[in-house]
Design a protein around this ligand. Structure first.
Ligand SMILES: COc1cc(O)cc(Nc2ccc(C(=O)Nc3ccccc3)c(OCCC[NH3+])c2)c1
Length: 337
């Protein structure tokens, strides 16, 4: 049965499936104009049902988040029955599988990864978002072995800002903060710090601080906040885990303090730089030139079209050309104008 025509094929050559989850599957694809590889997350609207609004929330979040450690959204296409999210290609797979394969990570390697995780989370918090589902499965490795945060399906942008209390319980139990599973009102940013504490523990230990097959028993352990400290952990790392896994969110370290914790800044002259390396306000010259030739527009017109950020093929072509340039490849469109 040939795949029914979808507009996605005007812009991408779809390849094999690289992942499938609840109501989505992810396929490898090539962007026709630039030749760049991407991941296309394909969702069936009917199957999404009541979860459809979560996808809209994620797409709106992804449109404002551009950061070196957040998986980039390039384009969104919608048909009557499907939603396509064209995403940054992360061939290194999940951090979860990487930890399992190595049993646990040496402290130095865990520190490099954790700096990337903290910078991604600090960035999304400054943009007003909490992720709320931080876990190794939601951190992918790109081809340069850098981490990319994915899956903002549970993220929240509280209307009243990051100090506004949230109440919906979500995310994976083993990484969920006590106040979140307690059903109390909670701050997304504080809950994300707890999840990062569980993540750091998993990175350096290879197992979870709170674990139990019985969910009730697991919740009790999380609320007690007691966990084993293996003898291979250094005193500094134990201190950091301790201040992140504080049951009382008001006693828990916050992201700003996290960025200058001694364990994280070891060997550095200043706190972790979490700012994005992208600047969507000054459009890259080489990309404008290439695109204005291909699309037969003046440079000024091309700049204004790009600055609409419609997340159509123009947005995708711009970011993918920028990616090519960053990887030292020629900033060229492969198809004749
Ligand atoms: C914002 O970024 C998002 C949001 C979201 O909802 C889902 C994803 N999921 C992704 C993105 C990229 C890949 C990927 O590139 N995978 C891959 C590529 C080549 C070889 C192997 C894997 C992705 O993979 C899903 C399977 C990973 N276990 C999911 C990003």
């Amino acid at each position: 049965m040939p795949t029914p025509y979808t507009p996605i094929q005007d812009y991408y050559q779809l390849r094999h499936t690289i992942g499938s989850g609840g109501f989505a599957k992810v396929k490898l694809a090539h962007h026709i104009l630039t030749g760049e590889k991407v991941a296309v997350k394909i969702m069936d609207k009917a199957a999404l049902g009541p979860d459809l609004p979560r996808v809209q929330i994620e797409i709106e979040a992804m449109k404002t988040l551009t950061h070196q450690h957040v998986c980039k959204l390039y384009q969104v296409l919608e048909t009557d029955t499907k939603i396509f999210m064209v995403l940054e290609y992360c061939p290194g797979g999940e951090l979860f599988d990487y930890i399992v394969a190595k049993d646990r990570l040496p402290e130095e390697e865990a520190r490099v990864f954790f700096r990337q995780i903290v910078s991604a989370v600090a960035y999304i918090h400054t943009e007003g978002y909490a992720h709320r589902d931080l876990k190794p499965e939601n951190l992918l490795l790109d081809e340069a072995h850098n981490l990319k945060l994915i899956d903002f399906g549970l993220c929240a942008k509280p209307k009243g800002g990051m100090d506004h209390q949230l109440s919906t319980c979500c995310g994976s139990p083993a990484y969920a903060a006590p106040e979140l599973i307690q059903g109390d009102e909670y701050l997304g940013a504080e809950a994300d710090v707890w999840s990062m504490g569980v993540l750091l523990y998993a990175l350096m230990c290879g197992f979870l601080p709170f674990d139990d097959d019985n969910v009730g028993a697991l919740y009790r352990k999380i609320r007690k906040g007691q966990y084993e400290i293996p003898d291979w952990l250094s005193p500094q790392s134990v201190d950091l885990i301790n201040v992140m896994l504080q049951v009382n969110p008001k006693l828990r370290i916050n992201v700003k303090e996290l960025l200058c914790h001694p364990w994280l800044t070891e060997g550095l002259a200043e706190p972790i730089d979490y700012r994005t390396k992208y600047n969507n306000n000054n459009i890259d010259e080489d990309c404008i030139t290439e695109m204005s030739i291909h699309f037969k527009k003046s440079k000024n017109t091309m700049i204004n079209i790009i600055k609409d950020w419609k997340y159509d093929d123009t947005t995708a072509t711009y970011f993918l050309l920028l990616n090519k340039k960053r990887r030292g490849k020629p900033c060229r469109i492969l198809v004749p104008p």
